[in-house]
Design a protein around this ligand. Structure first.
Ligand SMILES: Nc1ncnc2c1ncn2[C@@H]1O[C@H](COP(=O)(O)OP(=O)(O)OP(=O)(O)O)[C@@H](O)[C@H]1O
Length: 337
């Protein structure tokens, strides 16, 4: 018998538990490329809440693309001896549920995946057929998606004639065509100018608000990572930092940057600063400039000017940025590739 009674406490608790279930659960994920004998991922553990936005930052070779390939089901994780990785996406185990996962996953690749000889609409029709969409469904969805990414007026143009930024938005329309629950993007703004990047992100944000999409993105750009709910920093296949951008910066100390006229003087000042103020020297971004992360920034700044004012060309004290967090945790200079 069915009733219209309000859900019991147990039902409500059960529904809340379902809602609270993370969209992505990664436990003990390792991957070794057997031929090269490279351990590209080493015991990665992550949770992605449903509807959240996670950015994966890391230097070249840190394992970002490997993580992307595994989560998009293109590569099967090898694990490590004695440890079977467990990856669950929308409740499906990646090892046995890859087909079900693909139906609910949208993917934006770093390199173009659209046929440049076909129009935007023709590309989307092809994509729709891959997902088994019917004619009427496609006729409804394609204009909807093109409008969402601001490409309605270019629908019948050949993809090869679009600017880099518009082509990226066409890629986004393609990835969202089948209404996925999770969108995974691999460095989506590589080579795109700042205005086009902003438009791409506005389209994606609008889609997130509309549909509650869960987003995972690998990136080299800290300004993109700033917009994420959770930032994961990868280095040599391991997660070396994780948290909201604000929490990651709050865990870091102020950064004092000192430049001198003379390289020997710089060495002396940097060593003294580390010894006196217990700072950590960050990788050198600009030749002849030492950057030191320390707790007593203001006192250190005064000390540099009092003791070494004559040798100093410039000295600045800044709040930590995500670049600083990246450099401290990976030991690698942050480069915008
Ligand atoms: N197909 C492959 N065969 C062998 N080794 C690989 C393969 N792909 C990646 N690797 C190695 O695995 C490690 C991680 O590479 P991966 O491409 O995942 O890093 P990444 O963070 O995406 O780097 P990038 O930013 O340069 O794309 C590197 O040491 C890389 O050389």
């Amino acid at each position: 018998m069915t009733t219209n009674a309000a859900p019991s406490r147990v039902d409500q608790a059960g529904q809340a538990a379902v809602r609270a279930e993370p969209a992505v659960v990664i436990d003990g994920l390792s991957h070794r490329y057997p031929k090269a004998d490279v351990l590209a991922l080493d015991d990665v553990n992550l949770r992605m809440a449903s509807g959240s936005f996670t950015a994966v930052l890391g230097p070249n070779g840190s394992g970002k693309s490997t993580l992307f390939r595994i989560l998009t089901t293109a590569v099967r994780a090898t694990g490590k001896p004695g440890v079977v990785p467990r990856v669950t996406i929308l409740g499906h185990d990646l090892r046995v549920g890859a087909h079900a996962i693909r139906q609910r996953l949208g993917v934006v690749f770093q390199s173009p995946s659209l046929d440049s000889e076909l129009s935007v609409v023709e590309n989307l029709r092809l994509q729709g057929r891959v997902y088994g969409m019917s004619g009427s469904e496609l006729r409804r969805r394609i204009p909807e998606r093109l409008e969402a990414v601001g490409l309605s007026d270019r629908a019948h143009d050949r993809v090869g004639t679009l600017s880099g930024g518009l082509a990226r938005r066409a890629e986004l329309a393609k990835a969202l065509l089948h209404d996925p629950r999770i969108l995974i993007l691999d460095e989506p703004s590589t080579g795109v100018d700042p205005t086009a990047r902003r438009q791409f992100w506005q389209s994606l944000e609008a889609e997130r608000r509309r549909s509650g999409l869960t987003v995972l993105m690998t990136t080299h750009l800290t300004d993109e990572a700033e917009a994420a709910d959770n930032v994961v920093v990868l280095s040599r296949g391991r997660v070396v930092a994780e948290g909201s951008p604000a929490a990651l910066k709050a865990d870091s100390r102020a950064v004092l940057a000192v430049a001198t006229r003379d390289a020997d003087a710089l060495l002396v000042i940097a060593e003294d600063l580390v010894e006196r103020f217990g700072g950590d020297r960050l990788p050198e971004r600009v030749f002849g400039e030492a950057r030191i992360e320390l707790a007593e920034g203001a006192a250190a700044l005064r000390w540099v000017l009092d003791e070494h004012g004559g040798a100093v060309r410039s000295v600045t004290l800044s709040e930590p940025t995500l670049e600083d967090v990246f450099e401290r945790t990976t030991g690698t200079i942050f480069t915008q590739v």
